[in-house]
Design a protein around this ligand. Structure first.
Ligand SMILES: Cc1cc2nc3c(=O)[nH]c(=O)nc-3n(C[C@H](O)[C@H](O)[C@H](O)COP(=O)(O)O)c2cc1C
Length: 184
């Protein structure tokens, strides 16, 4: 026996918790939560966005940051997805601290331990496809092991569309490009 869902209710997993940081034309920082995104090339991220304060912002600045939602930032990450920067300064309300990216005109939100600075490579408001060139990444020392981002320390979260929940990324269960060699 198996259950069938119509296409619109498919559970495509994992979906990320991407926190997109932008400045408006006055340099006021904003952040939004996006689940629909992925790595689309080396040094490239693609996100699927409706029209938001965020899209208005990067249309003007040509830049954005992407931080990763983590177990310790769940509350602010969800808040960034349920309120619009059109109504309120979400960064202030969430008690976050920001500084300008070293390479792009977009805010780094200091409460997040891993952030990428991105330049808009292409944006199509008709389809909602935003493609960003990842110019640099910044990782807090606390999430590094031997100079590498350690997901056990970062504790990134994913969005669970079945239960409208956030789940933490878990244990290592295999070795990539390696375990499968046993069957080759
Ligand atoms: C879990 C979650 C996932 C979301 N994913 C997306 C997404 O992938 N694309 C999108 O356009 N909006 C998404 N949203 C909605 C925006 O985050 C929301 O509309 C937000 O208020 C936009 O903020 P802004 O107007 O300040 O830019 C998501 C919200 C939540 C809570």
């Amino acid at each position: 026996m198996s259950a069938e869902f119509d296409g619109r209710h498919s559970v495509i997993t994992p979906e990320g918790v991407f926190i997109i940081g932008t400045y408006d034309e006055h340099g006021v920082p904003n952040a939004m939560n996006a689940a629909w995104g992925m790595q689309s090339d080396e040094g490239e991220i693609t996100l699927m966005l409706s029209k938001h304060k965020t899209t208005e912002n990067f249309e003007k600045t040509g830049a954005f940051t992407v931080a990763f939602g983590t177990a310790s930032t769940v509350l602010i990450s969800d808040y960034f997805g349920v309120e619009s920067g059109k109504n309120i300064n979400k960064i202030e309300k969430a008690g976050c601290h920001t500084h300008r990216g070293a390479h792009v005109n977009a805010p780094v939100i200091e409460e997040y331990p891993l952030t990428m600075e991105c330049r808009v490579r292409s944006w199509d408001p008709a389809t909602g496809y935003l493609i960003g060139e990842i110019v640099a990444s910044h990782a807090d020392e606390s999430i590094l092991t031997d100079g590498k981002v350690d997901l056990s320390k970062l504790r990134p979260i994913i969005f669970d569309p079945s239960f409208n929940a956030y789940r933490v990324v878990g244990d290592i269960v295999g070795k990539a490009f390696s375990d499968g060699l046993k069957l080759k």
